[in-house]
Design a protein around this ligand. Sequence first.
Ligand code: PLP
Ligand code: ZN
Length: 446
Amino acid sequence: MSDYRALFRCIAGCGETYPLDEVVYECKKCGNLLEVHHDLAPLKKLSAKKWRELFDGRTGTTEWPYGSGIWSKKEWVVPEIDSKHIVSMSEGNTNLFWAKRFGSMFGMNDLWIKMCGNTHTGSFKDLGMTVLVSVVNDMIQRGKNIKAVACASTGDTSAALAAYAACAGIPSIVFLPANKISTAQLVQPMANNAIVLSLDTDFDGCMRVVREITKDNTIYLANSMNSLRIEGQKTISIEMVQQFDWDVPDVVIIPGGNLGNVSALGNGFKMMLDLGLIKKRPRIVLAQAQKANPLYLSYLNGFHEFKPVTPQKTLASAIQIGDPVSVQKAIRTLKEFDGIVEQASEDELANAAALADRTGTYSCPHTGVALAVLMKLIDRQVLSKKDRTIVISTAHGLKFSEFKVGYHEGTLKEVDCKYANRPIAMAPDVDKIREALEREFAARKG
Ligand SMILES: *Cc1c(COP(=O)(O)O)cnc(C)c1O
Ligand SMILES: [Zn+2]
């Protein structure tokens, strides 16, 4: 399998390329972002049928490292890495939740939620981080001088980086905007012994700091402008198609902030198209919080121009980003996949999450943004109820207890908590409790 090859290539097409084990994040000639480019010729030597069989055969295996949803596709991700140096915690292979009851509330019968938060640190960020930390570990094992890995984060990237780095024994540094992430997200990197810097700025400010700090090449940058992360995340598309027996969904809806994940989604579909595993493209919908909506504003003018915004405080804190690093990649992806960008207000995202929770989910606010966008686009008949639609759930709701508690206590700003459900405090008096239960049964019927 050694003739598979991948390298960094400039996205602007200026021709620059670098090996994947070089410490480089941007094109040295023109300053644009890089992407991982796979040499398709050797990959094409295996038929589509053989690739499907290979991937299907590895699902659930204990044979290192193929039990991971990412490394089961190793040849398409980082083909040349020594498997001994891979840092994996069996990420990926997350379930597709058939949202039957939720979908039926607005006439859909083929609605699915890809539960990317059901993974090691509780968000899809694990998918990219296993790849990045594995490549760094491989470099260190082969003698390169790397002291630490560092990232700026809205909470989930830092949790994933800290966990994977700790697993490999590599020091990590995380820059977080003070008071803008959940308690769980702050505690995760602390527990994993990362150097945690809480900065009096927002995410975009943390991003500027980490880009300065990582000009020292012995501190490796782990943000998604580093396209190794995108390679891991692109397996979301492959996995979803595989879960439908290699059938392509009609629509995929994904919440976006820094906009790396939406490009990853597109890359996964493109690679399957290039290698003949699928024949059609889904439509991709990018969902933004109204309080941090620079791509939505750009979409309204046909992507003719893009202007960063100053993001406002939003419950969807992981996508509270006004100057997304991967915006050009995202626009390219949306143009190729008949893309739509839609936004959701605080009220819409919180109520959509709560409504879905009434049908069994425990949705994080970002998933709430995607669910609200789905409901709006169905309501406006932009999307069809009949289409097989997948909503990407990006994190586990358990990471966002403040959001859940605030909703059910009715204390969230700008949110009319229509589905709040409060505990009933009462004495342990059985007769009174029977009466209370009757009232509750009646209320739930009505
Ligand atoms: C990072 C993150 C996103 C946004 O992904 P981008 O690649 O930055 O667009 C969405 N939801 C959650 C929970 C996240 O952690
Ligand atoms: Zn270039």
